[in-house]
Design a protein around this ligand. Structure first.
Ligand code: ATP
Ligand code: MG
Length: 387
């Protein structure tokens, strides 16, 4: 592969680059969009890197958002309010495996050298149509290789998240991880423990959404040792892995599916309570499906699993494939499935002589049981006759 003479840069990005260059600041396109376009994949989200200090970028453009100002990143809003990231050439001068103290006033070469992988360290000048590829990223794209920029041990120790990024890019593009880089990733896996749960979760979820074959990503996480540290509930087995490739790319659903104890895994990843409850329901119900021929059983199941029914249907083991159709038929009849669907309310029971207090809820629960057995019983007359 060789560099194309020109890359089609969106006009809004080009405008920003021109304005910076006209003000005397060198400005290049870098990062994921360059990589993806060289691979023939659509990506219009070009990041710019510039010699302009952050304060200059904020002065030159009327509308900016300081999205990562401490690292030199300013988002410039275009005419349609789309943000475009502009980052000042920077170098990491102090790192601890998680954060970096950065220095500006450095060259494009320094800026490319601080990037994670060679395929992410290619720069293109949108006006002069020049390329800079000091680490032979273009060769690695052709060879389908993920390779650290510089010494992989050192680079992973600067920021352990790069280990997980290597796995994500490998699974997304079906690239091999270069031997030395892979060896260093494994050797430094223990450092992953230092990362924040949020960064790990974002990386894991992004991986789920972008991997070509999800089972490949899961295997990489296992082989490198990342699973052992961050996803121990996933265990070492790979028996269920084949099926994962057929599931929708919903990160919470996939994570719950793979985990023996989904709620504890999602809690470790600091997911929202809603997501944790979703995982808990999956863990609780995934081996308790009703029989497709048992309408009462299905109604009871729908009542019990509530909003989680569709997740459970998606995760249904293949031999039970008659169930979704049976559930659909039952749902179409809109049977009463919850207390709120009953033809009587608590007040009706009290008027009929039930003692206010816990007895009311208990009675409603009993009536719901009857109605789940036979929805035609859901009339005021019948239910009051049973009180
Ligand atoms: P995508 O956005 O498609 O996931 P990307 O390569 O654009 O991939 P971003 O996280 O958007 O990834 O980062 C943009 C660029 O910043 C990367 O291409 C890389 O050059 C650099 N970069 C991002 N994260 C790191 C990191 N942890 N260490 C070193 N360089 C990084
Ligand atoms: Mg990106």
């Amino acid at each position: 592969m060789t560099f194309p003479a020109k890359l089609p840069i969106p006009s809004e990005v080009l405008k920003i680059a021109k304005k910076l260059e006209d003000a005397g600041f060198e400005t290049w396109c870098v990062g994921g969009a360059i990589r993806d376009n060289l691979l023939g994949l659509e990506n219009h989200d070009f990041d710019l890197t510039t010699s302009a200090p952050p304060a200059e970028v904020q002065k030159i453009f009327r509308r900016t958002v300081p999205v990562g100002i401490e690292h030199g990143t300013v988002a410039v809003l275009d005419a349609t309010n789309q943000p475009h990231e502009v980052t000042t050439f920077r170098k990491d001068i102090q790192t601890d495996g998680r954060h970096a103290v950065v220095e500006f006033g450095v060259s494009l070469m320094d800026d490319l050298a601080r990037r994670d992988f060679t395929i992410n360290a290619i720069a293109y000048h949108p006006i002069r149509h020049e390329w800079r590829d000091p680490f032979q990223g273009e060769q690695d794209l052709a060879k389908k290789l993920i390779r650290s920029v510089g010494d992989p041990n050192w680079r992973f120790q600067e920021d352990y998240l790069r280990i997980l990024r290597a796995l994500r890019f490998s699974a997304r593009f079906e690239f091999r991880i270069q031997a030395g880089t892979l060896e260093a990733a494994k050797a430094n896996a223990q450092g992953l423990a230092q990362l924040s749960a949020e960064r790990v979760r974002d990386e894991w979820f992004k991986g789920i959404q972008t991997a070509k074959k999800l089972s490949k990503l899961v295997t990489l996480w296992r082989d490198v040792g990342a699973t052992r540290i961050w996803l121990p509930e996933m265990g070492a087995g790979s028996g269920e892995l084949g099926a994962v490739d057929t599931l929708p790319r919903d990160p919470v659903l996939i994570t719950a599916y793979l985990a023996k104890d989904p709620a504890s895994l999602l809690t470790r990843l600091k997911c929202s309570n809603k997501d944790i409850e979703r995982g808990r329901a999956i863990g609780l119900w995934r081996d308790k499906y009703p029989d497709a021929k048992d309408a009462t059983g299905i109604r009871r199941w729908l009542a019990a699993v509530g909003e989680h029914a569709d997740d459970l249907l998606v995760l249904l083991p293949a031999p039970r494939s008659a169930l979704p159709h049976a559930v659909e038929k039952i749902r179409a009849a809109h049977p009463p499935l919850a207390l709120k669907d009953l033809a009587v309310k608590g007040d009706d029971l009290i008027a009929a002589g039930v003692r206010p207090g816990p007895d009311v809820g208990e009675t409603l629960g009993r009536l719901l049981e009857e109605v789940l057995d036979d929805p035609s019983r859901n009339t005021r007359e019948y239910l009051l006759s049973r009180v």
